[in-house]
Design a protein around this ligand. Structure first.
Ligand code: GLN
Length: 493
Protein backbone atom coordinates (compact mmCIF):
# COMPACT_ATOMS: atom_id res chain seq x y z
CA UNK A 1 0.00 0.00 0.00
CA UNK A 2 1.34 3.44 -0.92
CA UNK A 3 0.35 5.60 2.00
CA UNK A 4 0.68 8.88 0.11
CA UNK A 5 -1.71 7.65 -2.58
CA UNK A 6 -4.64 7.00 -0.23
CA UNK A 7 -7.74 9.12 -0.26
CA UNK A 8 -8.35 11.00 2.96
CA UNK A 9 -11.39 8.81 3.63
CA UNK A 10 -9.39 5.60 3.14
CA UNK A 11 -6.59 6.92 5.37
CA UNK A 12 -9.15 7.66 8.07
CA UNK A 13 -10.41 4.06 7.90
CA UNK A 14 -6.88 2.64 7.86
CA UNK A 15 -5.93 4.63 10.94
CA UNK A 16 -9.06 3.56 12.80
CA UNK A 17 -8.43 -0.10 11.91
CA UNK A 18 -4.78 0.35 13.01
CA UNK A 19 -3.53 -0.88 9.63
CA UNK A 20 -0.89 1.82 9.95
CA UNK A 21 -0.16 4.55 12.46
CA UNK A 22 -0.49 8.29 12.12
CA UNK A 23 3.27 8.47 12.59
CA UNK A 24 3.84 6.12 9.62
CA UNK A 25 1.40 8.08 7.50
CA UNK A 26 3.06 11.38 8.41
CA UNK A 27 6.58 10.02 7.86
CA UNK A 28 5.57 8.74 4.42
CA UNK A 29 4.44 12.26 3.53
CA UNK A 30 7.52 13.93 5.01
CA UNK A 31 9.70 11.59 2.92
CA UNK A 32 7.64 12.42 -0.16
CA UNK A 33 8.10 16.13 0.55
CA UNK A 34 11.84 15.65 0.95
CA UNK A 35 12.00 13.87 -2.40
CA UNK A 36 9.73 16.05 -4.52
CA UNK A 37 9.40 19.46 -2.88
CA UNK A 38 12.80 20.67 -4.12
CA UNK A 39 11.29 20.33 -7.60
CA UNK A 40 7.66 21.42 -7.03
CA UNK A 41 8.31 24.10 -4.37
CA UNK A 42 4.79 23.50 -3.08
CA UNK A 43 5.82 24.11 0.54
CA UNK A 44 7.51 27.24 1.81
CA UNK A 45 7.96 25.80 5.30
CA UNK A 46 7.96 22.12 6.28
CA UNK A 47 6.78 21.55 9.85
CA UNK A 48 8.71 18.30 10.33
CA UNK A 49 8.93 18.04 14.13
CA UNK A 50 5.59 19.61 14.87
CA UNK A 51 3.92 17.23 12.40
CA UNK A 52 5.44 14.19 14.10
CA UNK A 53 4.35 15.46 17.54
CA UNK A 54 0.81 15.93 16.23
CA UNK A 55 0.91 12.45 14.67
CA UNK A 56 1.99 10.90 17.97
CA UNK A 57 -0.82 12.73 19.76
CA UNK A 58 -3.25 11.39 17.14
CA UNK A 59 -1.96 7.84 17.61
CA UNK A 60 -2.49 8.15 21.36
CA UNK A 61 -6.04 9.45 20.82
CA UNK A 62 -6.75 6.66 18.33
CA UNK A 63 -5.52 4.06 20.84
CA UNK A 64 -7.85 5.52 23.48
CA UNK A 65 -10.70 5.56 20.91
CA UNK A 66 -11.11 9.27 21.50
CA UNK A 67 -9.91 10.36 18.10
CA UNK A 68 -11.42 13.34 16.31
CA UNK A 69 -12.73 13.07 12.74
CA UNK A 70 -9.36 14.07 11.23
CA UNK A 71 -7.08 12.29 13.70
CA UNK A 72 -3.71 11.67 12.07
CA UNK A 73 -4.64 13.12 8.65
CA UNK A 74 -1.63 14.98 7.16
CA UNK A 75 -2.52 18.30 5.52
CA UNK A 76 -0.82 21.23 3.83
CA UNK A 77 -1.87 24.68 5.07
CA UNK A 78 -1.80 27.64 2.72
CA UNK A 79 0.78 30.06 4.07
CA UNK A 80 -1.91 32.70 4.45
CA UNK A 81 -3.37 31.03 7.56
CA UNK A 82 -1.61 32.16 10.72
CA UNK A 83 -0.08 29.23 12.58
CA UNK A 84 0.99 29.87 16.14
CA UNK A 85 4.75 29.62 16.48
CA UNK A 86 5.29 28.77 12.80
CA UNK A 87 6.38 31.39 10.30
CA UNK A 88 3.56 32.71 8.12
CA UNK A 89 4.74 34.60 5.04
CA UNK A 90 1.64 35.17 2.84
CA UNK A 91 4.12 34.56 0.00
CA UNK A 92 5.59 38.00 0.65
CA UNK A 93 9.03 39.22 1.57
CA UNK A 94 7.42 41.77 3.87
CA UNK A 95 6.09 39.04 6.18
CA UNK A 96 9.21 36.87 5.83
CA UNK A 97 10.21 36.95 9.50
CA UNK A 98 6.63 36.98 10.87
CA UNK A 99 5.87 34.25 13.44
CA UNK A 100 2.24 34.64 14.54
CA UNK A 101 1.49 34.50 18.26
CA UNK A 102 -1.95 33.05 17.43
CA UNK A 103 -3.60 30.32 15.36
CA UNK A 104 -6.26 31.09 12.72
CA UNK A 105 -9.76 29.89 13.54
CA UNK A 106 -9.90 27.50 10.57
CA UNK A 107 -6.61 25.83 11.50
CA UNK A 108 -7.69 25.76 15.15
CA UNK A 109 -10.78 23.81 14.04
CA UNK A 110 -8.63 21.38 12.04
CA UNK A 111 -6.30 20.84 15.00
CA UNK A 112 -9.28 20.33 17.32
CA UNK A 113 -10.33 17.48 15.03
CA UNK A 114 -6.88 15.87 15.15
CA UNK A 115 -5.28 16.94 11.84
CA UNK A 116 -1.52 16.88 11.32
CA UNK A 117 0.06 19.92 9.62
CA UNK A 118 2.91 18.96 7.29
CA UNK A 119 3.79 22.51 6.42
CA UNK A 120 2.86 25.86 4.94
CA UNK A 121 1.99 25.84 1.26
CA UNK A 122 3.32 28.31 -1.30
CA UNK A 123 1.01 30.92 -2.84
CA UNK A 124 0.94 34.06 -4.91
CA UNK A 125 2.04 37.05 -2.84
CA UNK A 126 -0.87 38.02 -0.56
CA UNK A 127 -3.03 35.64 -2.65
CA UNK A 128 -2.91 37.96 -5.66
CA UNK A 129 -2.45 35.97 -8.83
CA UNK A 130 -3.50 33.05 -10.98
CA UNK A 131 -0.19 31.28 -11.51
CA UNK A 132 1.78 31.22 -8.25
CA UNK A 133 4.41 33.22 -10.10
CA UNK A 134 4.21 36.23 -7.78
CA UNK A 135 5.39 34.38 -4.65
CA UNK A 136 8.52 35.86 -3.11
CA UNK A 137 9.51 32.25 -2.39
CA UNK A 138 9.69 31.20 -6.03
CA UNK A 139 7.13 29.67 -8.39
CA UNK A 140 5.41 26.35 -7.79
CA UNK A 141 5.59 23.75 -10.54
CA UNK A 142 2.41 21.94 -11.52
CA UNK A 143 2.92 18.17 -11.12
CA UNK A 144 1.21 17.70 -14.51
CA UNK A 145 3.19 17.88 -17.74
CA UNK A 146 2.09 18.15 -21.34
CA UNK A 147 2.14 14.74 -23.05
CA UNK A 148 5.58 14.13 -24.53
CA UNK A 149 6.99 17.38 -23.13
CA UNK A 150 9.06 17.02 -20.00
CA UNK A 151 10.76 20.38 -20.59
CA UNK A 152 7.95 22.93 -20.17
CA UNK A 153 7.22 23.66 -16.52
CA UNK A 154 3.54 24.39 -16.07
CA UNK A 155 2.00 26.68 -13.48
CA UNK A 156 -0.31 25.13 -10.86
CA UNK A 157 -2.68 28.08 -11.03
CA UNK A 158 -3.09 30.49 -8.18
CA UNK A 159 -3.18 31.87 -5.75
CA UNK A 160 -3.41 28.60 -3.77
CA UNK A 161 -0.93 26.95 -6.16
CA UNK A 162 1.17 25.22 -3.50
CA UNK A 163 -1.92 23.81 -1.77
CA UNK A 164 -3.17 22.32 -5.06
CA UNK A 165 0.22 21.03 -6.24
CA UNK A 166 0.92 19.40 -2.85
CA UNK A 167 -2.31 17.39 -3.03
CA UNK A 168 -1.97 16.50 -6.73
CA UNK A 169 1.70 15.52 -6.27
CA UNK A 170 0.91 13.25 -3.28
CA UNK A 171 2.68 15.51 -0.79
CA UNK A 172 -0.48 15.80 1.39
CA UNK A 173 -3.87 14.07 1.60
CA UNK A 174 -5.66 17.41 1.60
CA UNK A 175 -4.99 21.08 2.06
CA UNK A 176 -6.50 24.43 2.87
CA UNK A 177 -6.80 27.26 0.37
CA UNK A 178 -8.46 30.61 0.17
CA UNK A 179 -10.51 31.94 -2.71
CA UNK A 180 -11.09 35.64 -3.33
CA UNK A 181 -11.83 35.48 -7.06
CA UNK A 182 -11.02 31.88 -7.94
CA UNK A 183 -7.89 30.96 -6.00
CA UNK A 184 -9.22 27.56 -4.95
CA UNK A 185 -11.23 26.61 -8.03
CA UNK A 186 -8.70 27.66 -10.69
CA UNK A 187 -5.67 25.82 -9.22
CA UNK A 188 -7.90 22.80 -8.53
CA UNK A 189 -8.80 22.76 -12.21
CA UNK A 190 -5.15 23.18 -13.32
CA UNK A 191 -3.93 20.41 -10.99
CA UNK A 192 -6.68 17.84 -11.68
CA UNK A 193 -8.17 17.74 -8.18
CA UNK A 194 -11.42 18.94 -6.62
CA UNK A 195 -11.48 22.19 -4.66
CA UNK A 196 -14.38 23.97 -2.97
CA UNK A 197 -15.01 27.62 -2.18
CA UNK A 198 -17.83 27.75 0.37
CA UNK A 199 -20.35 30.53 0.79
CA UNK A 200 -18.89 33.80 2.07
CA UNK A 201 -19.31 33.55 5.85
CA UNK A 202 -19.22 29.75 6.07
CA UNK A 203 -15.63 29.65 7.37
CA UNK A 204 -14.12 32.17 9.74
CA UNK A 205 -11.61 34.57 8.23
CA UNK A 206 -10.04 35.25 11.62
CA UNK A 207 -6.28 34.76 11.48
CA UNK A 208 -6.17 34.54 7.67
CA UNK A 209 -3.98 37.30 6.22
CA UNK A 210 -6.55 39.56 4.54
CA UNK A 211 -6.54 40.34 0.83
CA UNK A 212 -10.07 41.59 0.03
CA UNK A 213 -12.21 41.17 3.12
CA UNK A 214 -15.62 41.15 1.43
CA UNK A 215 -14.51 38.34 -0.91
CA UNK A 216 -11.95 36.16 0.91
CA UNK A 217 -13.16 32.72 1.91
CA UNK A 218 -11.32 29.58 3.07
CA UNK A 219 -11.96 26.16 1.59
CA UNK A 220 -10.50 22.69 1.06
CA UNK A 221 -8.59 20.80 -1.64
CA UNK A 222 -8.37 17.00 -1.66
CA UNK A 223 -8.26 14.17 -4.19
CA UNK A 224 -11.98 13.33 -4.04
CA UNK A 225 -15.15 15.37 -3.63
CA UNK A 226 -16.00 13.40 -0.50
CA UNK A 227 -12.59 14.18 0.99
CA UNK A 228 -13.27 17.89 0.43
CA UNK A 229 -16.60 17.41 2.22
CA UNK A 230 -14.86 15.79 5.18
CA UNK A 231 -12.41 18.69 5.42
CA UNK A 232 -14.99 21.44 5.05
CA UNK A 233 -17.06 20.02 7.88
CA UNK A 234 -14.10 20.52 10.19
CA UNK A 235 -13.08 23.91 8.79
CA UNK A 236 -16.51 25.55 8.81
CA UNK A 237 -18.50 27.05 11.64
CA UNK A 238 -19.47 30.23 13.40
CA UNK A 239 -16.71 32.21 15.06
CA UNK A 240 -17.47 35.09 17.42
CA UNK A 241 -14.10 36.55 16.41
CA UNK A 242 -15.29 37.10 12.80
CA UNK A 243 -18.50 39.11 12.59
CA UNK A 244 -18.99 38.00 8.97
CA UNK A 245 -18.95 34.31 9.87
CA UNK A 246 -22.46 32.97 9.99
CA UNK A 247 -24.14 31.24 12.91
CA UNK A 248 -25.71 28.28 11.15
CA UNK A 249 -25.32 24.59 11.82
CA UNK A 250 -22.64 22.88 9.72
CA UNK A 251 -24.34 20.04 7.84
CA UNK A 252 -22.94 16.58 7.16
CA UNK A 253 -21.39 17.36 3.77
CA UNK A 254 -20.07 13.81 3.42
CA UNK A 255 -23.61 12.45 3.46
CA UNK A 256 -24.62 15.06 0.88
CA UNK A 257 -22.09 13.57 -1.56
CA UNK A 258 -24.22 10.41 -1.71
CA UNK A 259 -27.53 12.16 -2.32
CA UNK A 260 -27.54 12.00 -6.09
CA UNK A 261 -29.05 14.59 -8.39
CA UNK A 262 -32.36 13.00 -9.39
CA UNK A 263 -34.94 15.72 -9.88
CA UNK A 264 -32.46 18.57 -9.42
CA UNK A 265 -32.66 21.46 -11.87
CA UNK A 266 -29.23 22.47 -13.16
CA UNK A 267 -28.85 25.86 -14.83
CA UNK A 268 -26.58 26.41 -17.81
CA UNK A 269 -25.69 30.11 -17.94
CA UNK A 270 -25.64 31.30 -21.51
CA UNK A 271 -23.10 34.07 -20.82
CA UNK A 272 -20.39 31.55 -19.96
CA UNK A 273 -19.96 30.77 -23.66
CA UNK A 274 -17.17 33.31 -24.11
CA UNK A 275 -15.45 34.24 -27.35
CA UNK A 276 -12.31 32.33 -28.07
CA UNK A 277 -12.99 29.55 -25.60
CA UNK A 278 -11.18 26.38 -26.78
CA UNK A 279 -13.49 23.81 -28.41
CA UNK A 280 -12.23 21.23 -25.94
CA UNK A 281 -13.69 23.18 -23.05
CA UNK A 282 -17.03 23.58 -24.82
CA UNK A 283 -16.97 19.81 -25.43
CA UNK A 284 -16.17 19.11 -21.79
CA UNK A 285 -19.08 21.28 -20.71
CA UNK A 286 -21.36 19.33 -23.07
CA UNK A 287 -20.18 16.07 -21.57
CA UNK A 288 -20.86 17.40 -18.08
CA UNK A 289 -24.42 18.28 -19.07
CA UNK A 290 -24.97 14.82 -20.56
CA UNK A 291 -23.62 13.12 -17.42
CA UNK A 292 -25.99 15.02 -15.17
CA UNK A 293 -28.94 14.38 -17.45
CA UNK A 294 -28.18 10.66 -17.47
CA UNK A 295 -28.40 10.47 -13.69
CA UNK A 296 -31.71 12.24 -13.50
CA UNK A 297 -31.05 16.00 -13.40
CA UNK A 298 -33.00 18.41 -15.55
CA UNK A 299 -31.00 21.00 -17.50
CA UNK A 300 -32.35 24.53 -17.76
CA UNK A 301 -30.95 27.43 -19.78
CA UNK A 302 -30.48 30.49 -17.60
CA UNK A 303 -29.09 33.96 -18.10
CA UNK A 304 -26.71 35.84 -15.82
CA UNK A 305 -26.66 39.06 -17.83
CA UNK A 306 -24.10 40.94 -15.73
CA UNK A 307 -21.43 38.23 -16.05
CA UNK A 308 -19.53 40.41 -18.50
CA UNK A 309 -18.95 43.02 -15.81
CA UNK A 310 -17.63 40.49 -13.30
CA UNK A 311 -13.92 40.86 -13.98
CA UNK A 312 -14.00 44.63 -14.40
CA UNK A 313 -15.78 45.16 -11.10
CA UNK A 314 -13.70 42.54 -9.28
CA UNK A 315 -10.52 44.31 -10.34
CA UNK A 316 -11.84 47.49 -8.73
CA UNK A 317 -13.29 46.05 -5.51
CA UNK A 318 -10.46 43.60 -4.75
CA UNK A 319 -7.61 46.13 -5.20
CA UNK A 320 -9.58 48.76 -3.23
CA UNK A 321 -9.91 46.43 -0.27
CA UNK A 322 -6.32 45.22 -0.60
CA UNK A 323 -4.94 48.77 -0.58
CA UNK A 324 -6.68 49.32 2.72
CA UNK A 325 -5.80 45.91 4.23
CA UNK A 326 -2.13 46.11 3.25
CA UNK A 327 -1.69 49.56 4.81
CA UNK A 328 -0.83 47.75 8.05
CA UNK A 329 2.50 46.47 6.66
CA UNK A 330 4.51 49.52 7.55
CA UNK A 331 7.69 48.06 9.01
CA UNK A 332 6.58 48.86 12.54
CA UNK A 333 4.12 46.19 13.54
CA UNK A 334 4.66 43.04 11.46
CA UNK A 335 7.48 41.36 9.60
CA UNK A 336 10.46 43.09 8.02
CA UNK A 337 11.73 46.62 8.46
CA UNK A 338 14.05 48.78 6.37
CA UNK A 339 15.36 51.56 8.55
CA UNK A 340 14.96 55.11 7.28
CA UNK A 341 15.88 58.65 8.17
CA UNK A 342 12.51 59.29 9.71
CA UNK A 343 9.22 57.44 10.11
CA UNK A 344 7.94 58.23 6.65
CA UNK A 345 11.19 57.15 5.08
CA UNK A 346 11.02 53.89 7.08
CA UNK A 347 7.50 53.21 5.75
CA UNK A 348 8.54 53.93 2.18
CA UNK A 349 11.72 51.89 2.23
CA UNK A 350 10.01 48.95 3.94
CA UNK A 351 7.09 48.86 1.52
CA UNK A 352 9.32 49.42 -1.52
CA UNK A 353 11.57 46.52 -0.55
CA UNK A 354 8.90 44.27 0.95
CA UNK A 355 6.15 44.15 -1.68
CA UNK A 356 6.46 42.62 -5.14
CA UNK A 357 5.36 44.21 -8.42
CA UNK A 358 1.85 42.70 -8.59
CA UNK A 359 1.04 43.73 -5.02
CA UNK A 360 2.27 47.27 -5.72
CA UNK A 361 0.14 47.40 -8.86
CA UNK A 362 -2.96 46.40 -6.85
CA UNK A 363 -2.23 48.92 -4.09
CA UNK A 364 -1.87 51.67 -6.72
CA UNK A 365 -5.12 50.73 -8.47
CA UNK A 366 -6.92 50.40 -5.15
CA UNK A 367 -5.69 53.73 -3.82
CA UNK A 368 -6.71 55.39 -7.08
CA UNK A 369 -10.27 54.02 -7.16
CA UNK A 370 -10.78 54.99 -3.52
CA UNK A 371 -9.37 58.51 -3.93
CA UNK A 372 -11.69 61.45 -3.37
CA UNK A 373 -12.00 62.34 -7.06
CA UNK A 374 -12.63 58.82 -8.34
CA UNK A 375 -14.48 57.04 -5.53
CA UNK A 376 -17.93 57.60 -7.04
CA UNK A 377 -16.85 56.90 -10.60
CA UNK A 378 -15.12 53.60 -9.85
CA UNK A 379 -15.57 52.11 -6.41
CA UNK A 380 -19.18 53.09 -5.82
CA UNK A 381 -20.13 52.17 -9.37
CA UNK A 382 -18.42 48.79 -9.02
CA UNK A 383 -20.34 48.11 -5.80
CA UNK A 384 -23.60 48.85 -7.60
CA UNK A 385 -22.73 46.48 -10.42
CA UNK A 386 -21.77 43.91 -7.79
CA UNK A 387 -25.31 44.10 -6.44
CA UNK A 388 -26.61 43.41 -9.97
CA UNK A 389 -24.34 40.37 -10.28
CA UNK A 390 -25.77 39.03 -7.03
CA UNK A 391 -29.30 39.72 -8.30
CA UNK A 392 -28.56 37.63 -11.42
CA UNK A 393 -27.68 34.68 -9.22
CA UNK A 394 -30.67 35.19 -6.93
CA UNK A 395 -33.01 35.19 -9.91
CA UNK A 396 -31.38 32.14 -11.44
CA UNK A 397 -31.61 30.25 -8.14
CA UNK A 398 -35.34 30.87 -8.06
CA UNK A 399 -35.51 28.55 -11.06
CA UNK A 400 -32.62 26.12 -10.60
CA UNK A 401 -30.84 24.31 -7.76
CA UNK A 402 -27.28 24.72 -9.05
CA UNK A 403 -25.33 25.96 -12.06
CA UNK A 404 -22.83 24.08 -14.23
CA UNK A 405 -20.00 25.92 -16.02
CA UNK A 406 -16.37 25.32 -16.99
CA UNK A 407 -13.92 26.37 -14.25
CA UNK A 408 -11.33 28.07 -16.44
CA UNK A 409 -11.05 29.16 -20.08
CA UNK A 410 -7.85 27.14 -20.56
CA UNK A 411 -5.77 24.32 -19.12
CA UNK A 412 -2.57 25.04 -17.16
CA UNK A 413 -0.14 27.23 -19.07
CA UNK A 414 3.65 27.22 -18.86
CA UNK A 415 5.73 29.38 -16.54
CA UNK A 416 6.49 32.54 -18.50
CA UNK A 417 3.28 32.46 -20.55
CA UNK A 418 0.63 35.16 -19.92
CA UNK A 419 3.20 37.12 -17.96
CA UNK A 420 3.62 40.01 -20.38
CA UNK A 421 0.17 41.46 -19.82
CA UNK A 422 -1.63 41.58 -16.46
CA UNK A 423 -5.04 41.73 -18.16
CA UNK A 424 -4.37 38.40 -19.91
CA UNK A 425 -3.61 36.90 -16.51
CA UNK A 426 -6.79 38.40 -15.03
CA UNK A 427 -8.86 36.71 -17.77
CA UNK A 428 -8.16 33.36 -16.12
CA UNK A 429 -10.75 34.29 -13.51
CA UNK A 430 -13.60 35.03 -15.91
CA UNK A 431 -15.69 32.02 -14.77
CA UNK A 432 -14.79 32.07 -11.09
CA UNK A 433 -15.07 35.75 -10.21
CA UNK A 434 -18.88 36.16 -10.54
CA UNK A 435 -19.60 33.59 -7.80
CA UNK A 436 -17.05 35.37 -5.61
CA UNK A 437 -18.69 38.73 -6.17
CA UNK A 438 -22.04 37.17 -5.24
CA UNK A 439 -20.59 35.28 -2.25
CA UNK A 440 -22.13 31.97 -3.38
CA UNK A 441 -20.41 28.57 -3.09
CA UNK A 442 -18.56 26.99 -6.02
CA UNK A 443 -16.58 23.83 -6.57
CA UNK A 444 -14.26 22.65 -9.33
CA UNK A 445 -14.25 18.95 -10.21
CA UNK A 446 -11.69 17.33 -12.54
CA UNK A 447 -13.69 16.17 -15.54
CA UNK A 448 -11.27 15.23 -18.28
CA UNK A 449 -7.98 15.80 -20.07
CA UNK A 450 -7.30 18.09 -23.01
CA UNK A 451 -5.46 17.01 -26.17
CA UNK A 452 -2.16 17.72 -24.42
CA UNK A 453 -3.06 15.42 -21.54
CA UNK A 454 -3.76 18.24 -19.06
CA UNK A 455 -6.68 18.24 -16.63
CA UNK A 456 -9.75 20.41 -17.11
CA UNK A 457 -12.34 21.17 -14.47
CA UNK A 458 -16.07 21.78 -14.38
CA UNK A 459 -17.52 24.23 -11.89
CA UNK A 460 -20.69 23.73 -9.85
CA UNK A 461 -22.15 26.88 -8.28
CA UNK A 462 -24.86 26.74 -5.61
CA UNK A 463 -27.23 28.81 -3.54
CA UNK A 464 -25.84 30.66 -0.53
CA UNK A 465 -25.18 28.16 2.30
CA UNK A 466 -26.32 25.24 0.16
CA UNK A 467 -22.90 23.61 -0.11
CA UNK A 468 -24.72 20.29 0.24
CA UNK A 469 -26.25 20.53 -3.24
CA UNK A 470 -22.89 21.65 -4.64
CA UNK A 471 -21.31 18.52 -3.13
CA UNK A 472 -24.14 16.30 -4.41
CA UNK A 473 -23.79 17.58 -7.98
CA UNK A 474 -19.98 17.55 -7.84
CA UNK A 475 -19.94 13.97 -6.58
CA UNK A 476 -22.28 12.95 -9.40
CA UNK A 477 -19.93 14.56 -11.94
CA UNK A 478 -16.96 12.86 -10.30
CA UNK A 479 -18.62 9.43 -10.57
CA UNK A 480 -19.50 10.00 -14.21
CA UNK A 481 -16.14 11.48 -15.22
CA UNK A 482 -14.28 8.64 -13.49
CA UNK A 483 -11.16 10.77 -13.64
CA UNK A 484 -8.28 8.44 -12.81
CA UNK A 485 -5.35 10.07 -14.61
CA UNK A 486 -2.36 10.98 -12.46
CA UNK A 487 0.24 13.69 -12.82
CA UNK A 488 3.70 12.87 -14.15
CA UNK A 489 5.45 14.28 -11.08
CA UNK A 490 4.20 12.54 -7.96
CA UNK A 491 5.73 11.09 -4.87
CA UNK A 492 5.57 7.37 -4.21
CA UNK A 493 6.09 7.47 -0.43
N1 GLN B 1 -6.57 35.47 -9.50
C1 GLN B 1 -7.38 36.39 -8.75
C2 GLN B 1 -6.56 37.59 -8.33
O1 GLN B 1 -5.45 37.65 -8.70
C3 GLN B 1 -8.01 35.71 -7.58
C4 GLN B 1 -7.08 35.55 -6.44
C5 GLN B 1 -7.75 34.89 -5.28
O2 GLN B 1 -8.82 34.33 -5.39
N2 GLN B 1 -7.12 35.05 -4.13
O3 GLN B 1 -7.00 38.44 -7.64
Amino acid sequence: MTLTDLTLGAAREGLRAREFTARELTLAHLRAIEALNPRLNAYITVMHDRALDQADAADAALARREAGPLAGIPLAIKDLFCTEGTRTTAGSRILGPFVPPYESSVTTNLLRDGAVFLGKANLDEFAMGSSNITSAYGPVENPWQRAGDTEAKLVPGGSSGGSAAAVAGRLALGSTGTDTGGSIRQPASFCGIPGMKPTYGRCSRWGIVAFASSLDQAGPFARTVEDCAILLRSMAGHDPKDSTSVDRPVPDYEAACRRGVKGLRIGIPREYHVDGMPAEIEALWERGKAWLREVGAELVDVSLPHTKYGLATYYIVAPAECSSNLARYDGVRFGMRENGEDLRDLYERTRAAGFGAEVKRRILIGTYVLSAGYYDAYYLRAQKVRALILKDFTEAFARVDALLTPTTPSAAFAQGENMDDPVKMYLNDVFTVPASMAGVPGMSVPAGLDAQGLPLGLQVIGRPFDEETVFAVSAALERAADFSARPALRAEG
